[in-house]
Write a protein that binds this ligand. Structure first.
Ligand code: CA
Length: 293
């Protein structure tokens, strides 16, 4: 094993969106034993760096669901951005249909100024169809969105369209399942961008050449590592592309069954330090292999 790539939310991060001491130590132990570490996340590069610094981890970073890849020294290895005409089409559609969204560059996350009130309205509508849906869900989602590094607010779509920035990903969020499914179905047919899903309440649009799997392959090539010597760990649909590329694929214990079924291994839950648990298992196996019989 020469390279371990791990997703953040639902995988390396616990439900409080923190890297536990156990997980950070396990990653450092792997590095001390010559294994390269990569973070592969839907979050922006700045946000991922912020999380790594806080946990004292120095890792290669695949951000924005594979739209960008950076070496651990901060060198940009790959960049796939959204073309202007698709950006304009999607923004018009999002405003017409009143969706909350995050539009990301490598550094910033742009939110419409009325994001919170749209999410609250969606939640009220969701509660009509599903009275058991709990207020915690919206509170957690709002705190997750607003706690990211580099948040900026826009007054209107022209703030985005008239900027000269490179946008990597557009994440659409709704608690209202029928509204969310309407969007997912629409963008399944929209062939100019790829759609990935990282949780129950979102879908994300990226350049159709961007995926965690493609960027992981690019990083492995850059490091001179064969894909069979790569382990990928994750918990959701946006991790499937890297599960397919890596020699060892690991689903967290908290992942849905259809994710577990396509992985070669299943670890324990993110809240029980599933990443550390698997790394220790892997390291023990490697040690056994290198000890002469
Ligand atoms: Ca995840």
């Amino acid at each position: 094993m020469k390279l371990i790539a791990t997703d953040l939310d639902g995988t390396l991060l616990n439900s409080k969106h923190e890297v536990s001491k156990e997980n950070a130590e396990a990653l450092r132990l792997a590095q001390e034993n010559g294994i390269e570490i990569a973070i592969a996340t839907g979050r922006t590069y700045s946000d991922a760096i912020h999380i790594c610094k806080k946990a004292n981890i120095n890792a290669h970073i695949i951000s924005n669901n594979g739209s960008l890849a950076f070496s651990k020294e901060g060198k940009k290895l790959k960049s796939c951005t959204i073309d202007k005409s698709s950006l304009e089409h999607v923004l018009n559609w999002l405003y017409e249909n009143e969706y909350a969204f995050e539009i990301c560059t490598d550094k910033n996350i742009f939110l419409r100024h009325d994001t919170k009130s749209i999410l609250e309205k969606d939640f009220k509508e969701a509660k009509i169809n599903n009275p058991s849906i709990h207020m915690n869900i919206i509170n957690d989602m709002i705190s997750l969105i607003f706690s990211q590094e580099g948040i900026k607010f826009i007054k209107c779509k022209d703030d985005i369209l008239n900027s000269n920035l490179d946008f990597c990903s557009i994440t659409v969020v709704s608690f209202n399942k029928s509204k969310l499914n309407y969007g997912r179905q629409y963008y399944e047919q929209f062939k100019k961008l790829s759609m990935v899903i990282s949780n129950e309440y979102n879908f994300e649009l990226i350049n159709s050449n961007a995926s965690k799997g493609n960027s992981l392959e690019h990083l492995a090539n850059y490091l001179g590592i064969s894909l069979k010597d790569v382990t990928a760990m994750g918990d959701s649909y946006n991790d499937i592309s890297m599960f397919k590329k890596a020699g060892i694929s690991v689903a967290m214990g908290n992942a849905k069954d259809d994710i577990k079924n396509i992985c070669s291994h299943v670890s324990i839950s993110n809240d029980l330090n599933g990443v550390a648990h698997f790394i220790h298992k892997l390291m023990n196996k490697l040690k056994l292999k290198s000890t002469p019989a």
